[in-house]
Design a protein around this ligand. Sequence first.
Ligand SMILES: O=C(CO)COP(=O)(O)O
Length: 128
Amino acid sequence: MKTRIALIAHDKKKDDMIALAGEYKDFLATCTLTATGTTGGRLINELGLTVDRKHSGPFGGDLQIGSMLVEGLIDCVIFLRDPMTPQPHEPDINALVRACDVHNTPCATNLSSAHLVLSQLQLRAATA
Ligand SMILES: O=C(CO)COP(=O)(O)O
């Protein structure tokens, strides 16, 4: 089965997300990708990846992805959060990260952990 990855980035982290996804593009192209609206749009337009786009984060996208995760439809979340900027939908963000903890789903919230998770998943896929 394809690895199902959710990709989410706050505005000031979107360039980092595009650079990260670009680095793992070949692997990500073999995965089933879901993203919040704006992040997903950039992944599609700038990298040519196939992405199931949910609503933008402030309009419920984090909650949609959280719901998928609770249903067992997401294997891993890469969520590049901006810790320096208050977000209007902070409760939704906390709900998604909490759902990851409740369901023991890997959730990388910064670039270095995202590299660790993606490189490990890539390695697993290559040796499967
Ligand atoms: O706000 C977000 C996550 O909390 C991200 O949403 P967008 O990808 O639509 O900007």
